[in-house]
Write a protein that binds this ligand. Structure first.
Ligand code: FPP
Length: 255
């Protein structure tokens, strides 16, 4: 049984620290549908999505989450119309430029996963700068998955191991789960405990396929621009009610 949740001074239920997931991954879905439902251009949904992202990072810090990975642009998003891709690139630049100082001051460490190749030089430089300037921070680690695809990540890890085996640096029997994990872009980051997807869709869409092996999933019936602290708290409460067994069994209750 999860521990009871106590009301805080403001009357809202805080999450029991013992049950707060260390690492939360979020698939921020539904920007386009949010905008279409309001007869607005899809890009307006993305703009409002950035505001939701700001709320989310703030709430994650307040609720005690240590790692937050956000799926911002997938390897497959290149198939979108050119102007929408340009808008998403512009929003990333704006987010980093506008928010970097605040994130830095809030002790947030930024890490970026995903292929830098294919991104504009200015964006790649900005992402490098955000990582470098926050590298010594010890609070929330914000992992931005941008131009990211899990299959590509796993393929690259396998290729790097194969190259080491071919050169005699590794033997085939050295290859185990820890070695493969250490070759992923998320090396050093604990696996996600909880993955949240907004918009009601229920799939992973090439997000953290290896790392999510034992993650809990919470699918929220709201579009990403409507995401806020209450939504995150609700997902954490749902997570706290889950029994995580990692393939084992629950201990038998005492007779
Ligand atoms: C999915 O909504 C969202 C994305 C593809 C991008 C997520 C981007 C943001 C939240 C804003 C930008 C933030 C950064 C840091 C770049 P969708 O367009 O697939 O919505 P739909 O499924 O309703 O069409």
């Amino acid at each position: 049984m999860p521990a009871p949740i106590r009301p805080d001074e403001a009357g809202a239920a805080p999450c029991d620290p013992a049950h707060v997931p260390v690492h939360v991954g979020i698939i921020m879905d539904g920007n386009g549908r949010w905008a279409t439902a309001r007869r607005l251009p899809r890009v307006e949904g993305h703009r409002r999505g950035v505001e939701a992202l700001r709320r989310c990072v703030r709430a994650a810090r307040e609720l005690g989450i240590r790692y937050l990975t956000i799926y911002s642009f997938s390897s497959e998003n290149w198939t979108r119309p050119h102007h929408e891709i340009a808008e998403l690139m512009g929003l990333l630049k704006l987010f980093v430029r506008r928010d970097l100082a605040e994130l830095r001051a809030a002790n947030v460490r930024i890490r970026v996963i995903g292929a830098r190749a294919g991104l504009g030089k200015d964006i790649a430089a900005l992402l490098d700068e955000a990582e470098a300037l926050t590298a010594a921070n010890t609070g929330l680690t914000l992992v931005v998955a941008f131009n990211y695809g899990a299959r590509q990540e796993i393929t690259a890890a396998a290729a790097s191991i194969a190259a080491d085996v071919a050169q005699g640096l590794l033997k085939p029997e050295d290859v185990d789960e820890d070695l493969l994990s250490s070759r992923l872009e998320t090396a050093g980051i604990p696996d996600p405990d909880l993955i949240i997807r907004t918009s009601g869709e229920q799939r992973l869409s090439n997000f953290l396929l290896w790392q999510a092996a034992y993650a809990e999933f919470v699918f929220l019936p709201l579009f990403w621009p409507d995401f806020d602290k209450d939504a995150l708290r609700g997902a954490l409460e749902e997570y706290a009610r889950r029994d995580r067994r990692f393939g084992g069994v629950m201990p038998c209750p005492a007779p």
